[in-house]
Design a protein around this ligand. Structure first.
Ligand code: PHE
Ligand code: NA
Length: 514
């Protein structure tokens, strides 16, 4: 077996790579929508509680498990778990730490490829002079691959392949290639994000158009930040908050295991993990919330935002709003916005590739090149259904099962294994080994009792909605990726795919025949 001797080049590189893994499309596209859909300020408290009681503990668990496994030359979840619980069948559940990545990357890298294409179109000035409807229509025809009216036939497929090729190329350079991309991409992303966020924070009513004279960016910010305590009793809000925390921190699927396995065995993980986690939080809460929502509210009003909040806003609305700043600034803003989305996306999709590379290298002696190519090809094969059946909602199935259910399930398994099989005393020693901060002792008890209980509750409380999903009784909450498509499609044409069971303020419940 070819044991890897790869490791991170520097502490800064490690932190940026880990932050790059976490900071992703989830911060800029998923978070603001989740927040709006779950009551704005009402969402923030459960979100922060979930961060402290589940997010941080899982970061400690995954970083320390990864570094522990790396000591034995293991770089993927199944074998990292094997080094922790020698000889037990439990480790087989570790395959989640490889395959979940493949399932997520399939749809994630497709969105990433849109951002690439939109950088190109922003530079080219494609959106200039387009009406709001035309910009939205451009997106609809873009994802309708067979009717591409964007100039290149099958343009979405072309960019998807390009995007995967780029990922493959970097992955073939191993962990140091990933580190290099993070060192370039993360600072740029944060710079672009801060510039756009400043616009969001300062737009006020100055951007108000004649169409919406009362539009005010501050309405969006106030809505997001005014706490509402009544929602604390609503389990749905808690589930949404927990789901967002898992997705945004990239916990529950093995990418952190893998990255941490390249940390030298006595190097700090306590401070590093918290630093990367807080960097993700900063980008999400301070920057991510200050772009789409306030800018859209500034031009179109908060009511419009509430009624249209959805994943498509980033692509369907932002390029139109940028036009209000004149052609040059529109191009600059477009490149910054889609460029930052691209950097945030690629540093995450690369992370999803590394467990597969590590596994094939450790166990079968594969080179990084072979690992990278096989990963790229699998991502393409798994991704094509999302490309061609986008309108059929395949996207949504991937996001639900791989991007939500699987993370929560696996994280639950992990925390039990860590606290109760590996043993919290050993675990606590691992977390503190080489630590550059004193981790508050209370976290020992949080990891042992609170995190498993809370996570178990989240998981079991979600089971009814999983059955709904399986029996094709879906409650579309207008927040997840393809749900928005359905909800909008239903609104626009008046024909729903399936039978409408119930229409709520923020959701439409369908049942499907097939
Ligand atoms: N955390 C990433 C985001 O916020 C998504 C991701 C999930 C990345 C799982 C890697 C693994 O977009
Ligand atoms: Na994130």
């Amino acid at each position: 077996m070819a044991k890897s001797t790869e490791s991170w080049g520097s502490r800064v590189g490690l932190i940026l790579a880990m932050a790059g893994n976490a900071v992703g499309l989830g911060n800029f596209l998923r978070f603001p929508i989740q927040a709006v859909e779950n009551g704005g300020g009402a969402f923030i408290i459960p979100y922060l509680v979930c961060f402290l009681l589940m997010g941080i503990p899982l970061l400690f668990i995954e970083w320390s498990s990864g570094r522990y496994g790396g000591r034995f030359g293991n770089h993927s979840t199944p074998y990292i778990l094997d080094s922790m619980v020698k000889g037990r069948a439990l480790k087989y559940i570790g395959v989640f730490g490889i395959f979940t990545n493949l399932a997520i990357v399939a749809y994630y890298s497709y969105i990433e490829s849109w951002t690439m294409s939109y950088v190109y179109h922003s530079l080219k000035g494609t959106f200039s002079g387009m009406s709001q409807g035309e910009v939205a229509g451009f997106f609809n025809s873009y994802v309708d691959v067979t009717h591409s009216t964007t100039g290149i036939p099958y343009e979405a497929v072309v960019f998807f392949v390009l995007c995967l090729a780029f990922n493959t190329f970097i992955l073939s350079k191993g962990i140091r290639g990933v580190e290099k991309v993070a060192k370039i991409g993360m600072p740029l992303l944060i710079l672009f994000g801060i510039l756009l966020a400043i616009r969001g924070y300062t737009l006020g009513t100055s951007g108000a158009s004649d169409l919406f004279p009362n539009a005010n960016a501050w309405d969006g910010l106030n809505f997001l930040w005014t706490p509402q305590y009544d929602s604390l009793l609503n389990p749905k809000v808690w589930l949404a908050a927990a789901g967002q925390i898992f997705f945004t921190l990239s916990v529950g699927l093995g990418t952190i295991h893998c990255y941490a396995s390249y940390v030298r065995s006595k190097d700090d993980i306590a401070l590093n993990s918290v630093t990367a986690g807080f960097m993700n939080g900063f980008v999400e809460v301070v920057i991510g919330s200050a772009i789409v929502i306030p800018i859209a509210a500034g031009y179109l009003g908060l009511d419009w935002v509430m009624n249209n909040a959805g994943f498509g806003m980033a692509f369907q609305t932002m390029p139109y709003l940028f036009q209000q700043w004149g052609p040059v600034l529109a191009a600059v803003a477009g490149v910054m916005w889609f460029g930052l989305l691209f950097f945030s996306g690629i540093t995450s999709s690369l992370a999803m590739g590394t467990p597969w590379l590590g596994f094939m290298r450790d166990e079968f002696g594969w080179s990084n090149t072979k690992g990278a190519w096989s990963f790229g090809v699998m991502a393409l094969i798994l991704g094509l259904p999302t490309v061609f059946f986008y309108q059929e909602g395949v996207f949504d199935d991937y996001d639900y099962w791989a991007g939500t259910v699987s993370l929560v399930f696996f994280a639950f398994f992990e925390v039990i294994l860590y606290s109760w099989v590996f043993g919290i005393d050993k675990g606590w020693r691992e977390i503190n080994l080489g630590a550059d901060i004193k981790v508050p002792t209370i976290y020992k008890y949080v990891i042992k009792y609170v995190t498993p209980l809370l996570l178990g509750w989240v998981f079991f409380a979600s089971i009814p909605s999983m059955f709904d999903k399986l029996t094709h009784q879906d409650t579309f909450n207008r927040s997840s990726f393809a749900d928005v498509y359905y909800a909008e499609n239903f609104d626009r044409t008046g024909t729903a795919i399936g039978t409408v069971e119930e229409v709520g303020a923020r959701y439409i419940k369908f049942s499907f025949e097939n």
